[in-house]
Each structure stands twice: as C-alpha cells, then as structure tokens.
Design a protein around this ligand. Sequence first.
Ligand code: ATP
Length: 220
Amino acid sequence: MPDGPIGLLGGTFDPIHIGHLRLAEEARETLGLAELRLIPAGEPPHRDTPRCPGEHRLAMARLAVADNPLLTVDDSEVRSEGPSYTVLTLERLRAQVGPERPLVLILGADAFEGLPGWHRWEKLFALAHIAVANRPGYAPHGRRWPAVLSAELDAACRGRRLKHPDQLRAAPAGGLLSFDMTPLAISATHIRELLAQGHSVRYLLPAPVLDYIAAHSLYS
Ligand code: ATP
C-alpha cells in the first residue's frame, strides 16, 4: 500500500466530464499523489439541487474511472443523510487514514474562492492540504487567480503557500499550492444545456458515461 498523499476531488459531477477527469489526472501526476478519490456530493449545501439523483451521478463517475486504478470513487457523501459538508467528509477520511497520511483537497479556482461560504471552512486546513487548479475561463474581475482573494480567505492562506509539490509529503495537512492544468473550458452546466437542447455532447465526456445518459434518458 503506497503511503503518498491521497488526493480528494469533490463535486456534484452532474454529469462527470473530461474537465473533471483531466483535473484529477493532472493533479495526481503534478502533485505526486498515490491515489485520487472522486467524491460525488449527496446534497450539496452551496448550490442548487443536482439535476440527477446521487445514484446516477455515482454510477457515471464509476464508469468514467473504471479503467484507471489510481482514480477511485468514494460514495460516502451520496450514502450519508443530510447535507454534504466537506469538513465532515475530511474528518471521516482523516479518522480512516490516521493522523500522518497527507490528504490533499483538490479544488478548481472557482470553488476555492467560494471557500469562505463553506461550513466550518477554516477547519479544512487542519485536516488536509489544499491544491487549487487554475480553471480556464474563470477569471473574476478579468484577473488571474491567485491575484483575487477575499480578505478573509487571504488571511486564512497567509503563511501556508508551498513552493513545490514535494512539500505535500512533509506534513499531513495545512499547506496551499496552486497548479496549472490543460485549459478545458467545459462545465457540467453547459453539457446539461446541450443535452436539453438535443445537441451532441460526444467527446466532452467519456463514451460509457454518454451511453449511460442515453440509456437512462438523463438531462433531456
Ligand atoms: P456545474 O457546471 O454544474 O457547476 P462543474 O462542471 O463546475 O459543474 P463541479 O462538479 O461543480 O463541476 O466541479 C467539481 C470540481 O471540479 C470543482 O472544484 C470545479 O472547480 C472543478 N472543475 C469542473 N470543471 C472543470 C474544468 N473544466 N477545469 C478545471 N476544473 C474543473
């Protein structure tokens, strides 16, 4: 069993698309993660209810990573009752892996900037490192992250920035790192819109996910 950092990528995955998958794969490689777990949200507290029930989102995520042993799907948020708070998921995972193992929460830049709205968000750094992917097409105020941070997020990040991914191994939690990924301006919102209008979404998501959507008449 490798003991390198474990990456965690939460999201609604409604549906999972190649933007998520490249984020997962590039984070795994760039950050030197031993494995990466995708965690579909049950009831996401910060946004509208997903279009698709958790069972379908879970099934699509599993199909999407079926051929990659280093990417797995954690079903705990979909299975649990009540809102999916990341801090609760991290507490559960921390208890599972023990106090030493580095955990790395992967966030797109848009998700990271929304952090101060999350339940008990300041506790997250005690449980995991945070790695932020520069998400193309997302540049609030026309500026590139990390130039734009709210004052409270900026304060919480002070002194946490890591210069190199190797530093993720030096502590179980508490560091902040940003990394560039291949620009893929794809969103699940856009995919849902295309499907609702009867347009093709081929090549925006893996073929088995496409087949699943068609077989279950999702998003039409
Ligand atoms: P929606 O359009 O429904 O809001 P989404 O495509 O943004 O969905 P989420 O499930 O909300 O997907 O995102 C999960 C995580 O993946 C977030 O941290 C988000 O920033 C990141 N992410 C999603 N799409 C991309 C992309 N194309 N490139 C980089 N990161 C992405």
